[in-house]
Structure formats: C-alpha cells, structure tokens
Design a protein around this ligand. Structure first.
Ligand code: 5GP
Length: 183
C-alpha cells in the first residue's frame, strides 16, 4: 500500500510505522535485558525525543522513570554552543541514566549534554538513539542502542519537525532536495 504524504514538500517515506515499531520493540528488549534488576531513568530531550521515549518505555519490561531536558543551540557546527532551557526535575547521582534520542546528527548537542550529566555522577550513562546520521558525526559518543542508520537528508516525522510541524506523523519521511539545501 502506498501512503499518501500529507504535504508536497515531502519526498518519500524512509521508515514506515511498522518498521519503526519492530525496531522499537527490539531496542526495548535489549534495554530490558541489559538493565535487568535495575531501575534506569530514561532521559530525553524535548521536544523531538518525546515520541520515541513514549513508545520505547512502554515496551521495556522493567521498573523505570522518565525525565526531560530541553536545550537551545546557538551558532552552526562545532562553533555552536548549547544552553539548557529546561533541566531534569530529579537528581541522577547514583542512577543508571539512559539518554533516549530521536536522532543524532553531528553529535555536538548530545556531547554537551553527556558532559553535563557525567558531572552529576550517575552510576552509568548510555545513549539509545532511534536514528543515527552517522556520516555527519563530529564527536565520539557512547551510543549503545541504535535503531537505524539514516542518510544525510532532512527527515521529518516520529518526533522530527520542520518549523514545529509533522512531529506527530507515525513514520519518518524525507523532504525534497529543493525544500532543504544544507547551508
Ligand atoms: P546534532 O547536535 O547531533 O548535530 O543535532 C541533533 C539535533 O538536530 C536533533 O536532536 C534534531 O533536533 C536536529 N536534527 C538533526 N537532523 C535532523 C533531521 O533530519 N530532521 C530534523 N527535523 N531535525 C534534525
């Protein structure tokens, strides 16, 4: 069945709802096995990570808690800096922290967040990302769980937005090249 895309700026569906669902289930099983006997805190970055976190945590067969951060990035690339606009509600000292991300691109935002979290002395700190734009990576990150490796295209859906829109789509779609040219 071909899905009708809701907007002519979208090119095609890259990952269908059922592909995402299957991988979320696999990641949840791996997390449950690895954290068996512990009660991790799943931390995500608003707003994009919310959708993946919500599906993932409901399929992890373990006691767990969730917490949220929000950040703003200033300036492009490596010269850019990150500011926390919403911090976690609870301390993470001594906790097993799993950072849950929708997508990792250059990795600079997450690298900054991991530095901040490490200073709070968690028992462990690991990363689970649904999408990995690995060709763009500028820094090494402790990514333990990875859903899909994705190409260097601008993606929307399943948490990813274009100017605030389309986060709610159950699939991931690419935009047409003429809509998004990397600067
Ligand atoms: P990084 O610091 O890894 O370069 O940036 C990561 C952030 O950039 C993601 O959390 C996401 O907000 C945004 N981002 C990276 N690639 C895409 C993409 O293809 N589509 C959308 N909508 N956002 C993206």
């Amino acid at each position: 069945m071909t899905l009708r895309l809701p907007d002519p700026r979208m090119e095609r569906v890259l990952l269908t709802e059922s592909q995402i669902d299957a991988v979320v289930g696999e990641l949840a099983d791996q997390v449950a096995a690895d954290y068996s006997g512990r009660d991790p805190v799943l931390v995500t970055v608003l707003r994009g990570g919310l959708f993946f976190l919500s599906d993932l945590c409901r399929r992890i067969d373990l006691p767990l808690t969730v917490d949220f951060m929000a950040v703003t990035s200033y300036g492009p690339g490596a010269a850019g800096s990150v500011r926390i606009t919403k911090d976690l509600d609870d301390p993470v000292e001594g906790r097993d922290v799993l950072v849950v991300e929708d997508i990792i691109d250059t990795g600079l935002t997450l690298n900054y967040l991991l530095r901040v979290l490490r200073q709070r002395r968690p028992a462990s700190l690991a990363v689970c990302t649904l999408l990995d734009k690995d060709v763009r990576r500028l820094v090494d990150l402790p990514i333990v769980y990875r859903g899909f490796s994705v190409p260097d295209r601008f993606l929307v859906g399943y948490g990813l937005d274009l100017e605030g829109q389309w986060r709610e789509l159950p699939y991931v779609a690419t935009l047409k090249d003429e809509i998004w040219e990397r600067g």
